[in-house]
Design a protein. Structure first.
Length: 90
């Protein structure tokens, strides 16, 4: 059986039997997971490397209990990250 995850911009279909699969997008910030470090961070914290560095490492216990930053904080960080990334690409 497959699990279908939908977002406004994309749809991901995941085989629920494949537990080792790392998603294409971070479950915290919804940005693409492109680096090798994202794989290991996802396996430990279920987030990309950036989100785990920014928030999960600060308090691993709270993170493991499901505490996440407010969406407004995530959105501000995401805006800054995409703005910086676009300037480097140009």
């Amino acid at each position: 059986m497959n699990i279908k995850k939908e977002n406004a911009l994309y749809t991901i279909i995941v085989d629920e039997n494949d537990t080792n699969q790392v998603p294409l997008f971070c479950e915290v910030c919804d940005l693409p997971m492109l680096k090798n470090e994202d794989d290991s961070s996802y396996r430990e914290f279920e987030s990309c490397d950036h989100c785990s560095t920014m928030w999960a490492y600060q308090d691993k216990e709270k993170w493991s209990m499901g505490e996440r930053p407010k969406q407004s904080i995530i959105n501000k960080d995401k805006e800054l990250r995409t703005r910086i990334s676009n300037k480097f690409i140009l």
